[in-house]
Design a binder for this molecule. Structure first.
Ligand SMILES: Cc1ncc(COP(=O)(O)O)c(C=O)c1O
Length: 265
């Protein structure tokens, strides 16, 4: 079934282009609010409880009061109205108190990526907050595109590799194990990353430097919308394989995990 661009605004379903937020809402004026993007397969949400839990956590850290049961009810109402579609529901809550959910398409993420590194320092005060303040991430992506890439690889001024602008990074430096930067480096506690770490016996958290990444055998970005997407090149360095065997295995395992979670295995 084709995707209908619907929204839910404070409990009311309406066409997405009719949903509005007052211009005085500081969610808009200052990016003061929280959001989540939940993947939907055949009309069914994946890992919805994890997303709601993270939204509650983000809101608590941001000192933002939200009604989580209303967020859940709104999302369920939107899904019921949208029917059987493949895509995502974006949900955000603003400081002005608006609850908004949107049905969104998810573009295909099957081609290996070219990344360009961009210097980035995650704001410490927003640790553990998936906030609406994403202008820095969006600018990093644009800078990477200007440099000929598809997305940015965020790297600290001290050369520690962090993540993509809306995704986590996994790499194999030795060809047998996968590593991903630790949460202590202030990367997002990604739901996809967490699940991959739990399901892949040879994956673990480890600090990765930009220098070490130059010798990587393979690497991929992971997120709700990308799932597992191989990286072909980072700056001038061509990865030996894209996807490499560990990336392919991670992609297969994640696909099977989604099917099992949705009861379709
Ligand atoms: C900065 C950042 N890192 C990682 C991710 C991946 O998180 P998840 O797997 O929960 O989608 C996202 C997703 O939006 C993100 O914005």
């Amino acid at each position: 079934m084709a995707l209908t661009p619907l929204a839910v605004l404070d409990g009311h379903i309406l066409p997405a282009d009719e949903a509005t937020v007052p211009v005085t809402d500081t969610g808009l004026l200052r990016g003061d609010g929280v959001f989540e993007v939940i993947r939907v397969y055949g009309g069914r949400p994946f890992a919805m409880d994890d997303h709601l839990r993270r939204m509650a956590h983000s809101a608590q850290n941001l000192r933002l009061e939200i009604d989580l049961s209303a967020v859940r009810a709104d999302t369920e109402a939107l899904l019921a109205e949208a029917g059987t579609f493949d895509g995502a529901v974006r949900f955000f809550v603003t400081r002005g108190g608006r609850r908004v959910g949107l049905v969104e398409a998810v573009p295909p993420h099957d081609q290996p990526l070219v990344l360009a590194s961009v210097e980035f320092v995650p704001p410490r005060v927003l640790d553990g907050v998936k906030s609406l303040s994403y202008a820095g991430n969006m600018l990093a992506k644009r800078l990477a595109e200007e440099a000929g890439g598809d997305d940015a690889l965020l790297v600290t001024p001290h050369g520690r590799v962090l993540e993509g602008t809306t995704s986590s990074l996994f790499a194999s430096l030795d060809g047998t194990t996968l590593v991903t930067p630790p949460l202590s480096d202030r990367v997002l506690d990604s739901i996809t990353r967490r699940r991959l770490l739990a399901m892949l016996p040879d994956a673990r958290e480890e600090v990765i430097t930009r220098e070490e990444l130059r010798g990587a055998q393979e690497a991929f970005l992971a997120s709700t919308t990308r799932e597992v997407q191989a990286i072909a090149r980072i700056d001038g360095d061509v990865l030996p394989q894209a996807p490499g065997p560990l990336t392919q295995a991670a992609s297969d395992a994640f696909g099977a995990h989604v099917r099992e979670a949705l009861g379709a295995a």
